[in-house]
Write a protein that binds this ligand. Sequence first.
Ligand code: CMP
Length: 141
Amino acid sequence: MKTLQRTLTIVKPDAVKKNAIGDIIEQFEKNGFHILAMKMLEISQHQAEQFYAVHASRPFYHSLTKFMSSGPIVVLALEKENAIADLRTLMGSTNPANAEEGTIRKKWATNIEHNAIHGSDAEDTARYELSFFFAGYELTQ
Ligand code: CMP
């Protein structure tokens, strides 16, 4: 039986500034992801700290949350079979220096922090991250 999975992705402020939103969304659709919900917004540093709370002890936490609150982002709820792993493959390595040809980060990321896109890394984080940005009624069927 085929099981659909949901994941949360963010087009980060660096990619929005580069006018990469359309290109990145096209990659989602071309690769079989169904868009359940999408919105453009700005978050405060406090909200970014809550979203990335799992990284609170990391040396880059302050800089990362400052960056994520530095301008508009686009958040999307995506669905497909194996969505979490497939999105991570499509994104490429966190550090664009290691990102594979044809990946979103290879094309759009600037460096390990300004890396164009976020994607949930597991089912529990996907559930948390989806509920962080979307209420249940906002997700289309
Ligand atoms: P993301 O997939 O959103 O998950 C956590 C983010 O932290 C990551 O992408 C990068 O933007 C950032 N990050 C991870 N490792 C580092 C690092 N070594 N230095 C700076 N930023 C990092």
